[in-house]
Design a protein around this ligand. Structure first.
Ligand code: ADP
Ligand code: MG
Length: 656
């Protein structure tokens, strides 16, 4: 059913849903919550604890006042519940003034802060008493949102869509609630029926149902992925583009300002041997962030073009693709390499694009760098002999499907900073050989780490200010974009405003997140790279690839909410020069367990070890714990914690 058939969704709302890739009820029902918010009972003001999320039932005792600081408008008023008084604040929402009435009784829910010596809520949600009573004690889903479409609006639409589809019937093939898994598997693996799983993932009855629902949906995701992968058959083929060793690669390794590490040398030897053997190369190159995978890619591509073939270099984001392009252009200029590179991303349009496409078709361009735009229909290659994919864990089966469509069976080198065992790599990426870079280039100053709680924040701000005064730059990571989603969790938009009020005025603060247009993102990233922004408040969009060597501080708010492997990736954004860099992991929700986890990051700088320790500490019960990474290839499944489900899915799928 088209989404507009749901009551209350007109063309305007449908356009917003479209931004989230939701067009019909099936898309909507498969749009799973990113997490859940547990609504506690109402408490009293004297019981509040700084930093926690709480709800209080109060009477508004002062009329709202609006003040202006810099370009901020701050609306504030006081409330009382007979046990105490507190202050309520809304940023940049002066229009709320009319809906806040002195004498009104209502419930506010938000994160408890201290302002002077009294408690306050910033941007809390307001509820009528009977409204809140219904929510208390329940787990409410939180959805990823887009501007103009809130999580609760999505929740309402999901409920309506579910009811409408249930009415039509779950046994009708084609219904988004129809169970597509063979009965045999459902029984054997004791899986929750599909329609029930969909219901519980969006509207959980209780934790037990939620866990079963989640496992069922994760299983299904793996199963379908494995089927897709197996439909592509084996990678293994004769080598259609045999190459010989060339002088330029040796010349480059000797001319570089550094020597290749032992591991880089070994991996490069593997690749050279593969490219000149009679079997097609399909190799996974694993190596921690900063271990120097790019140079291996460059050498492989250089061997390819020197043999008269074309090579392609694919990255998951436009920012990263542009960065690789710049690196290669610079290397070509400095060392006179025979690369004729072009950059092809979704942003290159019109005439410029046609020109590039023509250069690719004619073979005039011998190296094509870009995003997945590289594998769109319109792109015709001329003797494409090698495809290098960076950050493979972002592509998964998509990369293989795209490659298969182009035909020609080029050699494949895929690179990943996410360490996984070989058996898992074979399932996720196909049948391939694995090479690993274990050690870091010598001579880097180890990053200094600290795990702290919010009482340390003023010190951290002072530290940041000092670093900026020394001419360095800072990343600050918040888990979400707006306050709309999770109340207890820092968000980029409020945080950057708070920061403007707390840091000296001369410090230039920038904002970056995934809901900004690609052009805006590039602009902000460009400004940051050029040093025109001192402090970049961002979501994890900077996680992959970004390289600004002048940035020396990585400061992560709500660090307890991230997977350690992801934090490690974030940390990889600093320590990229010979200047001392620092990582501040801020725990907003302090627990021994969180501290124990985060301390692993302090004691180890080895991504492989970190991921393994994290898995060991979390154990199988932590289903809704932390995902390793927000946007790896699976929507709900997690390759780190679901290895058993993956093995089941593999076994079951291979029987088909
Ligand atoms: P990643 O493996 O995360 O992709 P990069 O390839 O971006 O890492 O390398 C990180 C940095 O290390 C780059 O600035 C690169 O020039 C540098 N580098 C790579 N290999 C070496 C080496 N053997 N010695 C010193 N620096 C190196
Ligand atoms: Mg890299």
């Amino acid at each position: 059913m088209n989404i507009t058939s749901i009551k209350g969704i007109g063309d305007k709302t449908a356009a917003l849903f479209e931004k989230l890739d939701i067009r019909d009820t099936a898309d909507l029902l498969r749009f799973f919550p990113s997490e859940y918010d547990l609504f506690g009972p109402v408490t009293t003001i004297d019981q509040l604890k700084c930093g926690e999320v709480a709800a209080v039932e109060v009477v508004i005792i002062s009329a709202p006042v609006v003040r202006h600081i810099r370009h901020l408008s701050i609306l504030s008023f006081n409330v009382s519940d007979g046990h105490g008084e507190m202050n309520i604040i809304y940023f940049n929402a002066p229009y709320l003034r009319n809906s806040i009435k002195k004498g009104e009784r209502c419930i506010f829910r938000g994160k408890v802060m201290m302002r002077g010596n009294r408690f306050s809520f910033n941007n809390p949600r307001k509820y009528k008493t009977e409204e809140y009573d219904k929510l208390a004690g329940t787990k409410q889903p939180i959805y990823h949102t887009t501007k103009g479409l809130s999580s609760s609006a999505i929740q309402k639409s999901v409920r309506k869509a579910y009811e409408a589809e249930l009415y039509i019937g779950v046994n009708t093939p084609g219904s988004p609630l129809y169970d597509t898994l063979p009965e045999e598997i459902i029984t054997k693996r004791d899986l929750m029926p599909y329609y029930e799983a969909i219901s519980n993932i969006h509207m959980p009855v209780d934790d037990e149902h939620l866990i079963r629902a989640r496992n069922r949906l994760a299983y299904q995701e793996f199963y379908e992925y494995i089927l897709r992968m197996s439909r592509l058959g084996t990678y293994s083929r004769p080598n259609s583009y045999p190459m010989i060793e060339v002088a330029d690669t040796l010349r480059l390794t000797e001319a570089l300002p550094y020597r290749l590490t032992e591991d880089q040398t070994a991996v490069w030897a593997d690749v050279r041997r593969d490219l000149s053997s009679d079997k097609r190369m399909v190799r996974l190159l694993q190596g921690d962030v900063g271990s120097g995978k790019t140079v291996v890619a460059v050498l492989s591509l250089l061997m390819c073009v020197c043999n008269g073939y074309q090579g392609a270099f694919m990255a998951p984001t436009e920012v990263l693709a542009a960065q690789h392009y710049d690196t290669i252009v610079r290397l070509s200029d400095d060392y006179g390499l025979p690369f004729k590179p072009v950059l092809l991303t979704g942003q290159v349009k019109g005439k410029a694009r046609n020109l590039i496409l023509e250069e690719i078709r004619s073979g005039e361009a011998n190296l094509i760098i870009g995003t997945h735009a590289l594998f769109q229909e319109k792109v015709e290659y001329c003797k494409l002999a090698l495809v290098v994919t960076d950050e493979q864990h972002r592509f998964g089966v998509l990369q293989r499907e795209a490659l298969a469509q182009k035909g020609g069976e080029p050699a494949v080198l895929i690179m990943s900073a996410t360490p996984i065992p070989r058996t898992l790599a074979m399932i996720l990426y196909g049948d391939l050989e694995v090479s690993t870079i274990h050690t870091m280039p010598a001579g880097r100053l180890p990053i200094r780490n600290c795990v702290v709680d919010t009482t340390y924040r003023p010190t951290a701000y002072k530290f940041i200010t000092e670093q900026v005064e020394m001419g360095h730059q800072v990343y600050i990571i918040c888990p979400q974009i707006d306050s709309g989603e999770l109340p207890g969790v820092e968000n980029v938009s409020d945080y950057s405003k708070e920061l403007e009020a707390s840091l000296p005025e001369k410090i230039r603060i920038g904002v970056l997140h995934g809901q900004m247009s690609a052009t805006m993102k590039d602009k902000v990233m460009g400004e940051f790279a050029a040093g025109n922004i001192d402090v970049l408040v961002s979501t994890t969009v900077v996680e992959v690839g970004v390289n600004v060597p002048n940035a020396t501080v990585m400061y992560v708010e709500n660090a307890e909410r991230f997977g350690l492997a992801q934090l490690h990736q974030l940390r990889g954004r600093v320590g990229r020069s010979d200047v001392q860099s620092f990582c501040i992991f801020m725990m907003n929700n302090v627990s021994d367990r969180a501290k124990e986890r985060l301390d692993i990051l302090v004691s180890s700088n080895d991504g492989f070890e970190i991921a393994a320790e994290d898995m060991r500490l979390r154990g199988p019960g932590d289903i809704f714990g932390i995902r390793q990474s927000g946007d790896v290839i699976f929507n709900i499944g997690d390759i780190y914690q679901d290895s058993e489900l993956i093995m089941w899915a593999k076994e079951d799928a291979s029987k088909i």
